[in-house]
Design a binder for this molecule. Structure first.
Ligand code: XIL
Length: 385
């Protein structure tokens, strides 16, 4: 049996029957290297979590969370429709527990997200009589929401995805087809950053989006960030979601995006990393979260399990992605996965409901996949002088 060299001392001690003096169980040869340890000195490794991991109902997820990650993001519970379901009604139960869990684990806590066109409550853009809300009233609602939510966790949430997905894929312009930007234009973005900074002057503030490997979209986002800065507002970094596939985007495109971010002097976070192995229905890229496509058997090929060659392909893809991340360690401060294990991944239900995807590093039983080991190896290789 060939053991990784760092495990040999543990195996040796175990063979001698040595007892550890601490109360925690001593690591065994079977324990995989914690991701956060493999990435130490490079960037933090985070996970998005939901009610299952916040309450501990998902014991497998909770165990992996405590072992491997040093940052957590609220996958859903801080989104406006959940935290602010009705005018002046706030739902702080899960968000409070989410933040308290982060403190208990001693990890970085990230708030997601304050202004987004998706998962916004119906009431937000209308008056009581059903007509569209006025510019003044929408600004008031935005400022009140941001002040209340960010203010509640002042000093406890390290950073906020202040604005999510404001820019169009096709031409890099503001999404003026969405109420936020039809009614308020860029002011929606400026007001959100301003209010967030007022509510917690120490919190980091980010702009978050997907598809930033597309140069046209990226240029639009960088222009918006320049406008935020020109207003004298605080913005600390850019969140690149990192929802990827096995063959898109190209590695060279990821690399080029990182070069541009560094040039703009931006701190970069990969905020929602996952790699779908499933076929994409036509015309889906950039589709609304609410647009769900029909399930056809050929679009769900691995219901009964994923073949070894596909596992290997996923592992190689993850290794390649992390090698690029490691190369850009000077700009990247955090890499967050959108979930922990495959059973909890949103990709099982988007853009088609009820599929079986394999997008993360741990399988449905919480076991590390070949992709996990490939990532650890890529990180360890990057650690070598
Ligand atoms: C997703 C969640 O993972 C799902 O559970 C939810 O049903 C829809 O939203 N971009 C984002 C995230 O910024 O908030 C989205 O999260 C995934 C795409």
């Amino acid at each position: 049996m060939k053991l990784p060299s760092r495990l040999i001392p543990f195996v040796f001690l175990a063979a001698l029957g040595c007892q550890s003096h601490s109360t925690a169980p001593a690591p065994t040869a079977a324990d995989p290297t914690p991701l956060k340890e493999a990435a130490r000195g490079l960037f933090r490794v985070g996970a998005a979590i939901n009610a299952g991991q916040i309450t501990g109902r998902d014991a497998v997820g909770s165990r992996l969370l405590a072992t491997h990650f040093d940052s957590i993001t609220a996958e859903n519970n801080m989104k406006w429709m959940h935290i602010g379901p009705a005018p002046d009604r706030f739902n702080f139960d899960l968000p409070d527990r989410f933040v308290a869990l982060g403190e208990r684990l001693g990890v970085q806590v990230i708030g997601h997200t304050l202004v987004w066109h998706s998962q916004a409550p119906k009431w937000l853009f209308h008056d009581a009589d059903g007509s569209e809300v006025s510019r003044e009233e929408l600004l008031r609602r935005l400022r009140h929401h941001v002040a209340t939510v960010v203010g509640r966790y002042k000093g406890r949430v390290a950073g906020w995805d202040v604005v999510n997905e404001a820019i169009r894929d096709e031409d890099g312009t503001l999404r003026t087809d969405k109420p936020w930007y039809r009614i308020l234009g860029e002011e929606a973005v400026f007001a959100a950053f301003e209010a967030a900074h007022q509510a917690d002057p120490d919190a980091e503030l980010y702009y978050n989006d997907y598809g930033l490997e597309n140069p046209v979209k990226r240029a639009g986002v960088l222009k918006l960030i320049a406008a935020i800065r020109a207003r004298g507002l605080r913005i600390d970094g850019i969140g690149s979601q990192g929802h990827y596939g096995l063959d898109w985007p190209l590695l060279s495109e990821i690399d080029a995006s990182l070069v541009d971010f560094a040039q703009a002097g931006l701190k970069v976070m990969y905020t929602e990393l996952d790699v779908t192995v499933l076929p994409r229905p036509e015309n889906y890229f950039g589709a609304e979260i609410s647009k769900i496509y029909k399930l056809a058997p050929e679009l769900d090929p691995y219901r009964a399990g994923m073949p070894a060659d596909k596992q290997a392909e996923l592992a190689k893809r993850y290794a390649d992605i992390f090698a690029i991340f490691a190369k850009h360690r000077e700009s990247i401060t955090r890499v967050t996965f959108w979930g922990i294990h495959d059973r909890m991944s949103w990709l099982n239900n988007w853009p088609i409901r009820g599929r079986t995807d394999y997008a993360l590093l741990f399988d449905r039983a919480g076991e590390p996949k070949p992709a996990f080991h490939a990532v650890v190896e890529a990180l360890q290789a990057a650690q070598k002088p």
